[in-house]
Ligand binder design. Structure first.
Ligand code: NAG
Ligand code: NAG
Ligand code: NAG
Length: 387
């Protein structure tokens, strides 16, 4: 992905230094069909996909995933705090068994083998006890989640293994979360071992509890918003970047503020770069909007949020002398001096490129119509500099 951004940045610089942008746009409409599909395929690759997920009808994403998205991302999808999530992917799955019993099974076939399982949680919605049973001597119950095992394999002597157990107030209502990471790891290493989960509710004395008293919503009988859900926190190993900002205070430096104009008359060298571009290669290097509209691309069916995002782009000239507001590298400073002195032929002025990049978050439906939240590095130019 970094490669993509770098090549993109290089492209922008090449365009700024040579023919005006309109040239590319014209070419684009001329061969539109082919170029468009090739470009969109490449864009899909940036988002880690081969084909756009197919959606069948309108589906409501789980509230948990919407809340999670709003916690980690701002309105444009930009990551608020890169350390909020341990990995870069969160996947949600609905129970496939839809059993009357408190048994659940989740189809994890969309999780890539290469994804590192960090944490897995079973989310169950506890319903209010049925009214006739509210006057009960029990105040707490013991809720235990078991992984179902295949006795015929691996010399298993038990048919289930305890994953998580907790005391829960009998009269409570709302989401209960159990950690089941070990089970999911074993399912990932052997898909056929996934026989599902079983939940057992007991009194404090260890006897079976009346299941009319302790009820969890099932996919079969209750509203979709209360469906049992597995939430999987993973990392696909793509999180690594040199430019990603880690200091939120540092973002303002040259991001939104246009660079102040050069003092004194514009150097001759800048004018020589001023091709026929109307909005001026002569204006100094600065960050400008570049809105990527998912609806326009035709992705609004499977992307829940954001509707699009501002990737920004870097535009403008990097003439001699490069001020500190241009955030030049030493290399760029020397290059601009060589260019200004015309010591060597064919040395351009430095390029106006992103020197800080932010990640964005996408909340989307995958191939199996599970809702996924994924962070993509280096998607938004945070600031620009002459490099
Ligand atoms: C199962 O037990 C047999 C002997 O009882 C042993 O040879 C075999 O290695 C065991 N298999 C596993 C997977 O533990
Ligand atoms: C950001 O700035 C605030 C006040 O200006 C300061 O208290 C805080 O420590 C800074 N944070 C970082 C990460 O530098
Ligand atoms: C899991 O879902 C995939 C398609 O998403 C399907 O091909 C596969 O058969 C399912 N597995 C089970 C055990 O239902």
């Amino acid at each position: 992905m970094l490669l993509f951004v770098i090549s993109f940045a290089a492209l922008v610089c090449t365009i700024a230094a040579r023919p005006p942008l309109g040239y590319l746009e014209n070419q684009f409409t001329a061969e539109s069909g082919e170029v468009r599909s090739a470009a969109i395929k490449r864009l899909l690759e940036v988002f880690g996909m081969d084909d756009p997920p197919a959606m069948h009808g309108h589906k409501q994403p789980p509230q948990y995933m919407l809340d999670l998205y709003n916690t980690v991302a701002d309105v444009d999808g930009v990551t608020k705090d890169p350390y909020l999530l341990e990995g870069n992917t969160v996947r949600s799955f609905f129970d496939k068994l839809r059993s009357e019993q408190v048994e659940f099974r989740f189809n994890l076939s969309t999780v890539a083998r290469t994804e590192k399982i960090l944490t897995a949680e079973l989310h169950l919605f506890k319903l209010r006890p049925q009214a006739t049973l509210t006057f009960n001597r029990h105040h707490f119950c013991q809720v235990s989640v078991y992984q179902l095992l295949d006795i015929s394999k691996n010399n298993n002597t038990q048919e289930k293994k305890l994953l998580s157990s907790r005391l829960i107030p009998v009269h409570s209502t709302g989401w209960e979360v159990f950690t089941i990471t070990q089970a999911v790891r074993s399912w990932m290493s052997d898909e056929r071992s996934n026989l599902g989960l079983h939940v057992v509710v007991q009194t404090l004395g260890g006897s079976q509890m009346d299941l009319k008293l302790i009820r969890f919503a099932s996919g079969r009988n209750h509203h979709q918003s209360k469906q049992p859900m597995l939430v999987l926190f993973t990392d696909d190993g793509s999180r690594s970047t040199t430019l990603e900002n880690t200091d939120p205070n540092d973002t303002e430096v040259s991001s939104d503020l246009p660079s102040p104009p050069m003092s004194g008359p514009p150097p001759r060298i800048a004018r020589s770069l001023d091709y026929s571009e109307e909005d001026g290669a002569s204006s100094p290097c600065q960050r400008q909007p570049l809105y990527v509209d998912f609806e326009e691309i035709g992705w609004s069916g499977w992307i829940v949020s954001p509707r699009g995002y501002n990737a920004y782009h870097c535009k403008g000239s990097c003439p001699f002398p490069l001020g500190q507001n241009m955030r030049p590298t030493n290399h760029a400073t020397v290059q601009s001096i060589i260019n200004a002195l015309k010591l060597i032929k064919g040395i351009d002025t430095p390029c106006c490129v992103p020197d800080k990049l932010f990640s964005i978050n996408l909340l989307y439906f995958d191939d199996a119509e599970n809702v996924v939240l994924k962070q993509y590095n280096d998607m938004v130019a945070g600031s620009c500099g002459c490099h």
